[in-house]
Ligand binder design. Structure first.
Ligand code: PLP
Length: 418
């Protein structure tokens, strides 16, 4: 009997939709344990894991220093709901990577970080509209669950039931990488726009880097019209470089959202920025935000040791070396488009070069990807279970493992296209 036919107390058998593997028409992978670059299923089968906790695990699974730090922290108390030194240390480590940051608020997820950043932007500007880009994901808060209507820039329509149209209508969706549309929207409605939120390297439609000039245009237009620029670096922060996509492309937002890596594999998010904006948050200011578990001792211990090891081992140089192994094997493949930015990458079953926006991404052959995914899984490689998700590298991988994986991937790309 298929696992999804078995009565489960979990809705759809999972706690987050993508884990159901429906986009590739497979059974979910039920993990028994994970170590280094591998996850193991209940039958003891081993998979080279390119999901990597959806990007959270830059050091791989169960890194000994992270496990030790978590154990030590837990033995001193799992939840205080009070201040402790580890949260200040984590904030300081984050601020050290982004020199324009004075303040950090730790929250429990990337979703919360993005919600809070938009709330701050609305408070700062006294305006309502939030601009986002099609194919970018900023968590599951109501205002972000909006897709583009026909004809380019339209007021958002909810793309989930349960989202009131009044809330969806506070979001405007534009195509990614389209500077002209950004300029036109600001020219028409600039004085109503509180914020532009963007994944500065999109990772939630597969990896779509910004075209030269795109981020610069966002910076220019938001500054000109008095709106705030929010970089959602929940995925890219500490991944595409130490100072994220902001540093890699040299464009500095007003507010930064982080998550994933900074928690070392435990639930976390963070909003960060200059004091004059961040000090509007409660208790310093009038913008409310709070959390029972926010900045707890165990997640801070995991985050602190992860960021410390990242610095000590210069993991970004290492990920770049690993990435070059993939480049060698995959960039010349025919019939697919291979895109990599630092430690994240994608393979689109798509002819004609790397996609620049969601519409181009949607032209990929998702059925070919599904066939490819299933065969890779049978050969011990765990790719993300959707053609719209990024693949992640981590420092527990090595060049030999990636050589072998890249050869398998090459063979199976050619098979899946037949
Ligand atoms: N923003 C981006 C860019 C993400 O990739 C994600 C999650 O994948 C989120 C926000 C939401 O983060 P979380 O799942 O921790 O709520």
């Amino acid at each position: 009997m298929r696992r999804d036919q078995v009565q489960s107390y979990l809705v759809g058998g999972v706690n987050s939709p993508v884990r159901a593997f429906r986009a590739v028409d497979e059974e979910p992978l039920v993990v028994a344990r994970a170590e280094g670059p591998f996850v193991y299923d209940e039958e003891g089968r081993r998979y080279l894991d390119f999901i990597g906790g959806w990007g959270a695990l830059i050091l791989g699974h169960a890194h000994p220093a992270v496990v030790e730090a978590v154990e030590n922290a837990a033995s001193r108390g799992i939840c205080f709901g009070l201040s402790h030194p580890g949260e200040e240390e984590l904030a300081e480590r984050i601020a050290a990577a982004f020199p324009w940051i004075d303040r950090v608020r730790l929250v429990n997820s990337g979703t919360e970080a993005c919600m809070t950043a938009v709330r701050l932007a609305r408070a700062v500007t006294g305006r309502t509209l939030c601009v986002k880009f099609e194919g970018c994901y900023h968590g599951h808060a109501d205002g972000f669950l909006v897709k583009m209507g026909s004809g380019g820039a339209t007021l958002g329509l909810p793309s989930s039931q349960g989202v009131p149209s009044e809330i969806a209508g506070t979001t405007v969706v534009l195509p990614y990488n389209d500077e002209g549309m950004v300029r036109r929207l600001f020219a028409e409605q600039g004085e109503e726009i509180a914020a532009v939120i963007v994944e500065p390297v999109a990772g939630n439609m597969g990896v779509v880097p910004p075209r030269p000039g795109f981020l610069e245009t966002l910076r220019e237009e938001t500054r000109r019209w008095g709106a705030l620029l929010i970089f959602d670096e929940v995925m890219t922060g500490f991944r595409v470089s130490r100072d994220g996509a902001a540093g890699r492309f040299g464009v500095w937002p007003d507010l930064l959202c982080l998550g994933k890596i900074i928690g070392g594999g435990l639930p976390i998010g963070a909003v960060a920025g200059p004091a004059e904006i961040m000090d509007l948050l409660s208790p310093a200011g009038p913008v409310y935000q709070a959390g029972t578990f926010a900045g707890g001792p165990v997640v801070c211990a995991a985050g602190n040791v992860t960021l410390r090891v990242c610095d000590e081992e210069d993991v970004w140089a290492l990920l770049e070396r690993l990435g070059r192994v993939l480049d060698r094997h995959l960039s010349s493949l025919e019939g697919v488009s291979y895109v990599r930015c630092g430690g994240m990458w994608s393979l689109f079953f798509l002819e004609g070069g790397a996609p620049l926006d969601f519409q181009e991404v949607q032209r990929q052959d998702s059925a070919a990807f599904a066939r490819f995914h299933a065969v890779l899984r049978s050969r011990g490689i765990l790719a993300p279970p959707s053609a719209y998700e990024a693949w992640f590298l981590n420092t527990a991988m090595d060049e030999a493992l990636l050589e072998e994986a890249a050869r398998t991937i090459r063979e199976e790309v050619e098979e899946a296209r037949r």
